[in-house]
Design a protein around this ligand. Structure first.
Ligand SMILES: Nc1ncnc2c1ncn2[C@@H]1O[C@H](COP(=O)(O)OP(=O)(O)OP(=O)(O)O)[C@@H](O)[C@H]1O
Ligand SMILES: [Mg+2]
Length: 445
């Protein structure tokens, strides 16, 4: 089983599956450093998940390491790619837009690494992500005019960038939005592991995170192209047994790592994290990765938890959108369109209240007993402006469930308040101080 098969396309590409150094060298100088480094262990594990897509009948999809410059994103990508090949194995988003279908097919049942999302045009980015994840190219006429069969592929891809795909797609300002399905297929993972070391958590005795990054890049250049073929050799010994084995791993992972009540979209993404965990554990059990059993699972659980945290929880996307739409409105207009009441009213040096002119008033704001600011939103503004394009009742319900909206004793979402300039109490939506978010303090300016 040492034969190697290459897909040949019409366009010519350099063979990315180059080999250098040794498996032993790769284990000691690259893979070993992933122990205790969740992103590195996750990415290396993900590098082995591609060959499991077919036996588990899983869909194509990818993970996007998103973070600031020089946190180590490309380094981790290079380390993951080194299971398969050397420098040419790592592609960029930009270079991939040409001959994309052939590239995707060249990485069929394997790993596709795409560096630097920011360098590609925003419209192209969406199309590339969609096409790769979709797994099938366009039917075209061949050289002699006959209909050529469309290329098909199944691939797991790893990507890096300073922004996520949704932001990238929205970048051209034409109101284009990433579809929920698209988002589930390129899972956005914060690159920074939160340990003050960028993408890393454990330096394994090296002097700095930059040193570790440089070491890994150099080591991956010395040793690559061994681990993935070794894994595939193991897989081909009992191809029929892989599906059930991986499924068992995935079930276990999901039982432990998936919070209760998770939305369908979250489950779908978590299933892909579980596939990565299964891949990492299998490769470990074959002795290809020099990690303790459970290391891959630990890394995947951590990354899944970080994904869920940055997503804002496990609830449906529409519910999150409801909270963030209201939050955006208050953050944007909290001081300009909400009239101050009580001790939020500013006074001049003689103690006379300063009359602020509120244009286009959306409501009122006042201090709560605990020091935070409460916003009273006029029902018409709530409905037509804040909840534009959404079901305003549903938005109110979600906000109330999050403890961000006051309800009356009977669970009604509008409550009665005495405000400036009205003879009796009026109905408002009363937003509690938490609406400003963790970072928002003060009076909403
Ligand atoms: N975790 C880190 N902490 C500090 N410096 C780092 C870290 N990782 C990498 N570096 C430094 O940044 C250099 C580039 O690393 P790398 O290419 O992996 O970064 P990147 O995150 O891909 O950055 P960019 O967004 O610029 O592509 C390294 O050679 C190293 O000097
Ligand atoms: Mg980079």
């Amino acid at each position: 089983m040492d034969e190697r098969f290459y897909f040949q396309s019409d366009s010519s590409f350099d063979d990315p599956y180059t080999i250098n150094g040794s498996l032993e060298g790769w284990r000691n100088e690259v893979a070993r450093y992933a122990v205790g480094n969740s992103r590195l262990a996750f990415a290396i594990s993900a590098g082995f998940a591609g060959p499991l897509l077919l036996p588990t009948d899983s869909e194509s999809g990818g993970f996007h390491l998103r973070g600031g410059s020089s946190v180590g994103k490309s380094t981790v990508l290079t380390a993951a790619g080194s299971s398969w090949g050397g420098r040419d194995f790592i592609r960029t988003w930009r270079a991939t837009s040409n001959g994309l279908e052939s590239v995707a097919a060249l990485h069929n049942d394997g790993l596709l690494c795409l560096d630097e999302l920011s360098q590609v045009d925003s419209r192209e980015a969406g199309q590339i992500a969609y096409l790769i994840a979709n797994g099938v190219g366009k039917t075209r006429a061949g050289r002699s005019g006959e209909a050529r069969k469309a290329l098909r592929w199944r691939t797991l891809f790893l990507s890096t960038g300073e922004i996520d795909l949704a932001t990238k797609i929205a970048e051209d300002g034409r109101g284009r939005r990433v579809a929920a399905g698209q988002e589930a297929r390129l899972v956005d993972l914060p690159a920074d592991a939160g340990a003050g070391l960028g993408i890393f958590e454990d330096l394994h005795g090296l002097a700095s995170a930059a040193d570790l990054a440089q070491h890994l890049k150099a080591a991956a250049a010395r040793h690559h192209g061994h681990a993935a073929p070794a894994f595939i050799r193991f897989l081909t010994r009992d191809f029929g047994g892989i599906g059930p084995l991986v499924a068992e791993h995935q079930r276990e992972f999901l039982t432990e790592a998936l919070p209760e009540g998770a939305d369908g979209q979250v489950r779908r993404v978590a299933g892909r994290f579980a596939l990565v965990a299964a891949a990492g554990e299998m490769v470990t059990s074959f002795g290809i990765l020099p990690w303790p059993q459970g290391e891959a699972t630990k890394a995947c659980r951590r990354c899944l938890a970080d994904w869920i945290a940055q997503r804002g929880g496990v609830e449906p996307a529409e519910d999150r959108e409801a909270v963030s739409a209201v939050r955006r409105f208050i953050q944007g207009h909290g001081s300009s369109r909400f009239e101050p009441m009580g001790d939020l009213v500013h006074h001049d040096s003689t103690g006379t209240p300063i009359d602020v002119r509120i244009q286009n008033r959306a409501g009122f704001r006042r201090r709560r007993g605990n020091g935070g600011t409460e916003f009273l939103v006029l029902p018409e503004v709530w409905k037509t402006e804040i909840c534009q394009g959404m079901d305003s009742m549903r938005v109110a319900k979600v906000l109330a469930e999050h403890g961000l909206l006051k309800t009356d004793g009977q669970g009604k979402f509008q409550t009665l308040h005495r405000v400036l300039g009205s003879s009796g109490p009026i109905r408002c939506y009363a937003l509690l101080p938490g609406i400003l978010g963790d970072e928002g303090e003060g009076d909403g300016s």
